[in-house]
Design a protein around this ligand. Structure first.
Ligand SMILES: [Zn+2]
Length: 135
């Protein structure tokens, strides 16, 4: 099951970013998964829990955003979503197209972490607003 090794690398990437951010705990990891990435979502979610055990990610959740496969259709001149990943044809005009524009993604989009002394743990970098209004 190669999902397990993928899960381990997801945990590794998340741990690295969390450590760099000075976080104490990872709450959730958001990944993007393309329809053609060759990864079974359920198997990945299952493997993730195993991979998290004993790390700072233990108890965190894996949030998967599934991306459909999209090809560029030269006839229609647009990017279209494939109806089936077995059939590389434009669903509008039935022209075969192998010009894949989306669907092989498998990456960590962002993580949510707990920072020391941060009650709400919202760590979108650059979005930390402090109440520093002067009177
Ligand atoms: Zn078309």
């Amino acid at each position: 099951m190669h999902e397990l090794s993928i899960a381990y690398s997801v945990v590794e990437i998340a741990t690295q970013s969390a450590v760099e951010a000075g976080a104490t705990r990872v709450k959730s990891v958001h990944v993007r998964l393309g329809a053609l990435a060759g990864v079974v979502r359920g198997a990945l979610e299952f493997s993730y829990e195993i991979a998290c055990a004993g790390t700072m990610l233990e108890g965190s959740s894996l949030v998967v955003t599934e991306l459909p496969a999209r090809v560029y259709c030269a006839v229609c001149g647009i990017e279209v979503e494939l109806e089936s990943v077995q059939l590389f044809c434009c669903p509008r005009c039935d022209t075969p197209s192998g010009d894949l524009r989306q669907g092989r993604e498998l990456d960590v989009e962002y993580i949510e972490v707990d920072l020391p002394g941060d009650e709400h743990g919202n760590t979108s970098a650059g979005d930390t607003k402090r109440n520093s209004e002067q009177e």
